[in-house]
Design a protein. Structure first.
Length: 58
């Protein structure tokens, strides 16, 4: 039973490390670290349409 708990905890830590803490050198740098689940939604302006139009042109 104890071994199962330790292996499960180790698996969770590995998933967290690979998912959130490891940086991919192929990606451009991010100005703000995204939050889990909500991502960058909290950092968008109240009216994001002009920003989306600008991104669409690029």
């Amino acid at each position: 039973m104890d071994l199962t708990i330790y292996l499960l905890a180790l698996l969770i830590l590995v998933v967290i490390y690979r998912r959130y803490l490891r940086h991919d050198p192929r990606l451009p740098p991010c100005p703000v670290t995204p939050l889990p689940i909500v991502g960058h939604l909290l950092f968008l302006e109240k009216n994001p349409r002009p920003m989306f139009k600008q991104w669409r042109k690029k």
